[in-house]
Design a binder for this molecule. Structure first.
Ligand code: SAH
Length: 369
């Protein structure tokens, strides 16, 4: 007697959300052509995926019933399942989405005056293990697909009432430039007027400094913005905080920032007693001037990893002033969503912390819901 082999079922149908607009036109266009239906139907489909999205293929009532059935035999229109939603007293909202394989990722919507910035994830977990980051603690699970990345924006547009972004930052979970092939397509989906239509200058990719990825981003014709997580102006300290500094040392990251033909932002998390002394301000100012970079000083969100304390606000101001005196443009970011642990990786850690591959010594820091 032969026993059936149990394998996880893999759905062979391509996801409509993983396809760039040109590929939708080509692949879905071919599908309609085969059925003897007009090719313009593929063009009509695009806004229903992204700009005015439908939740399911069934809801595409502009198509005949039989066409919808045939379309869903050929393609998938997957959802991200909303697993948790939290609202901060400052209006910041945080969403935890479950993916088809049980992985969870976070998306944060941050209102600020007329702006609505979405902070989106590019990977489930992260391999980089930056010492102060909650996502680093959980380790790398997998890359997201283009449709799962841009799909976070789609899901918030499907809410009732919908939440629509004016700006996107790749500052959720993961290192976007270690998942370039998907991020590349996701950038197209976010920016292309036939998809989400968000201006390239309103989309920021944040990286620890993955050099091949920076080159790939620079090679795109659109004006996507680049933010570099610097966090230390000296190699030895940066090495301690960000193990990736072995592979992409500060000097090479700074050289890449200098070569980038658009203005770069430096991100610098203020870690009390670690990277917040006057000599750090001077060295950081020097690097920023070299690259004509804008500097964002970020107050540490508590709840990352053990052993770090935020720099007091007064000292952050002093640090900023010292850099400004040296001709550098500096902004101090306001912490948003403090009461909902809105920093990178924190919600997932709360919800699934027990199951995530977390170092045991880090458990003391996480609050389980
Ligand atoms: N991997 C990318 C993008 C994700 S993190 C990168 O490192 O740039 C987005 C930003 O949040 C990074 O600058 C990261 O260092 C910062 N960050 C991580 N944990 C933080 C915390 N606890 N408080 C404040 N900023 C944090």
């Amino acid at each position: 007697m032969t026993l059936p082999v149990l394998r996880p079922t893999v759905d062979p149908r391509p996801s409509l959300l993983d396809l760039a607009p040109d590929d939708v036109l080509e692949q879905v266009g071919a599908f309609f052509a085969e059925r003897g239906e007009p090719a313009y139907r593929a063009k009509q489909l695009l806004p229903r995926l992204w700009a005015r999205p439908v939740a399911t293929i069934d809801e595409l009532t502009e198509l005949p019933l039989a066409t919808r059935a045939a379309l869903s035999e050929r393609f998938r229109l997957p959802r991200l399942t909303l697993a948790a939603r939290q609202r901060s007293s400052d209006g910041t909202e945080k969403f935890l989405f479950r993916l088809h394989d049980g992985q969870t990722i976070e998306t944060v919507a941050i209102p600020d005056g007329q702006r609505m910035t979405f902070c989106i994830s590019s990977q489930a977990g992260c391999a980089l293990r930056c010492a102060f980051c909650a996502t680093g603690v959980m380790g790398f699970q997998r890359n997201l697909t283009a449709g799962e990345i841009a799909g976070q924006v789609r899901e918030l547009a499907l809410l009732d009432p919908p939440i629509l972004p004016t700006n996107i930052v790749f500052m959720g979970m993961g290192e976007p430039l270690m998942n370039w092939s998907a991020v590349d397509v996701a950038l197209t989906l976010l920016n292309d007027p036939r998809a989400l239509g968000i201006g390239a200058r309103h989309i920021t990719v944040s990286t620890v400094g993955v050099l091949p990825g920076i080159e790939a981003l620079a090679a795109r014709p659109e004006q996507f913005r680049l933010a570099i997580s610097v966090h230390a102006p000296f190699d030895d300290l940066r090495h301690d905080l960000m193990p990736v500094n072995v592979k992409y040392p500060l000097s090479s990251v700074i050289a890449a920032a200098k070569d980038f033909d658009r203005r770069v932002t430096f991100e610098y998390v203020m870690l009390g007693g670690v990277n917040d002394r006057p000599e750090h301000a001077d060295a950081l100012a020097h690097l920023a001037r070299e690259c004509r970079a804008f500097v964002n000083l970020i107050p540490l969100h508590p709840g990352g990893s053990l052993g770090f304390h935020p720099t007091p606000a007064m000292e952050i101001s002093r640090f900023a002033r010292r850099m400004r005196e040296q001709g550098v443009e500096v902004a101090i970011r306001r912490s948003r969503g403090l009461d909902i642990a809105a920093a990178c990786g924190q919600l997932r850690t709360e919800k699934v912390g027990r199951r995530a591959p977390v170092a045991t010594e880090a458990h003391g820091q996480v609050e389980l819901a």
